[in-house]
Design a protein around this ligand. Structure first.
Ligand code: UD1
Ligand code: MG
Length: 451
């Protein structure tokens, strides 16, 4: 059966105290809206509609960047959750399967939970995801009668008896698409907020002889983000899960609490991660690599047996082949480092290809940017780049070549050649001693003047 996903993301998120729409704030390097999309993707939806309002253009851009097949509905005025879902109705007209509604600010709903909801949908017309709240606060309350969900009462409209219920509404609702929109059509706004509540569809369904039920999940899954402190809590919760998952997957973390993962980090087993390592989005690491302390990785691939760091920075497009070595204070950007090649100290390698078994000496820089354009540096196999070489791109260094330390290489170096591009050394016999005497005399004169 086909499933449509509707993700509500029109709210401003006033409590974030931010110019950025709430759903664009990030957890583990991805906007909240992307987490919601990833959660919903578990259902393999054939349609995904995001309801945007505040900052709609930016929300649309972020959503499409993650998945260009999603559709955007605009809710220009926020009149409540039912009104928000109604904005997706024209796009989903004629959809024959189910629709499931998620919130863009609730990033952690699990695949397993959504699958349980889909199963329950086979038995009931409306399925709501609920949870037992440690502190039910201002959540909507689920009024159950056995397995049947009778109605949902919003906190503002609840009396003391209803407020005493701890079973709360997460906001996730599933129903057959046509049924959902028919019920939403009947929702009014005669309530304490003057809003069109999506939650009212449960009572309306019961009144029409349809059935409704609630599926329960862990409260941690329904964590919604409304403030910066909840954003920090969500980040901490994500990191705790990611660390536990890495350990479970056979990755050694010497100090798990100091390693920060991105939403999409992939690490093979028997990889060792030292202290204080940060993974930004787009990192894959093969089995048996070692990432040493204080390294920062983003958009890169590290192969088996490679050693990175300590204090290394791998930027987008860094591709390290097997058994490569990237050492301290080395930055690699958009560069392929072939098997067994080494860049061990204080270097910048950007927009480059370094051939197998080549060695780059300390302080080497690929001068890839001329102030307007970026240029490529090509270094062959078994090359030795002397310390402090400036490789002014575009430039090619042939296989088995060498550059002398301190060279500024502006022309291609033929294979097997030694390139020296630095001023020649001149020795002046006895001159140093003379210089010392002159300088010491000058100092003595100055010190005397100061007395
Ligand atoms: C909603 C539920 C409540 C539930 C709680 C869980 C309703 C009426 N209430 O309350 O039962 O316990 O979530 O967190 O549904 N949104 C729009 N357009 C609107 C209004 C909201 O897109 O006009 C979006 C918001 O951006 C947000 C989500 O819908 O992502 C929920 O809206 P919010 O105002 O936070 O609802 P709550 O009052 O928390
Ligand atoms: Mg809310």
């Amino acid at each position: 059966m086909s499933t449509a996903l509707v993700i509500l993301a029109a709210g401003q998120g006033t409590r974030m105290n931010s110019d950025l729409p709430k759903v664009l704030h990030e957890v583990a390097g991805a906007p909240l809206i992307v987490h919601a999309m990833k959660a919903g993707a578990a259902l393999e939806p054939d349609r995904t509609v995001i309801v945007a309002g505040h900052g709609a253009e930016d929300v649309k851009k972020a959503a499409l960047a993650h998945d260009d097949s999603v559709e955007i509905a605009i809710q220009s005025e926020q009149k409540g959750t039912a009104h928000a879902v109604a904005q997706a109705a024209p796009l989903l007209a004629g959809h024959t399967g189910d629709t499931i509604v998620l919130y863009g600010d609730t990033p952690f709903i699990s695949t397993e939970t959504l699958e349980r909801m889909a199963k329950a949908r086979a038995r009931h017309d409306v399925v709501v995801l609920g949870f037992n709240a440690a502190d039910p606060a201002r959540y909507g309350r689920l009024v159950m009668n056995g397995e049947s969900l009778e109605r949902i009462v919003e906190f503002k409209d609840a009396d003391e008896a209803i407020r005493a219920i701890t079973l709360c509404n997460s906001g996730v609702i599933a129903a057959q698409t046509a049924t959902l929109f028919k019920l939403i059509d009947a929702v009014g706004n005669d309530n304490a907020s003057g809003e069109y509540y999506l939650t009212d569809i449960v009572g309306l369904a019961q009144a029409q002889g349809l059935s409704a039920t609630a599926i329960l999940c862990d409260e941690a899954e329904t964590l919604g983000i409304n403030s910066r402190s909840e954003l920090a809590l969500a980040e901490a919760a994500f990191q705790a899960r990611a660390r536990a998952a890495a350990l479970e997957d056979g990755v050694t973390l010497i100090a798990p609490d100091t390693v920060h993962f991105a939403h999409d980090t992939v690490i093979g087993r028997d990889t060792l991660i030292e202290q204080n390592v940060v993974f930004r989005p787009g990192v894959t690491i093969e089995s048996g690599a070692r990432i040493r302390a204080f390294s920062h990785l983003e958009g890169c691939h590290v192969s088996r047996g490679a050693v990175v760091g300590p204090y290394a920075r791998l930027r987008p497009g860094a591709e390290l082949a097997e058994d490569t070595r990237i050492g301290n204070f080395v930055e690699i950007k958009n560069a392929i480092i072939d098997e067994g090649a080494k860049v061990n100290h204080l270097s910048y390698i950007g927009d480059a290809h370094l051939g197998a078994a080549s060695n780059v000496g300390a302080g080497t820089i690929t001068c890839n940017y001329d102030g307007v354009m970026k240029h490529h540096t090509e270094i062959g196999r078994n090359v030795f780049i002397g310390s402090n070489t400036m490789l002014v791109a575009p430039v090619t260094i042939g296989d088995d070549a060498m550059t002398g330390s301190g060279s500024v290489i502006t022309r291609d170096v033929p294979e097997g050649a030694l390139a020296l591009a630095r001023s020649a050394q001149v020795d002046k016999p006895g001159m140093a001693r003379k210089m010392f005497e002159i300088l010491k005399a000058k100092k003595a004169k100055r010190d005397k003047g100061a007395e």
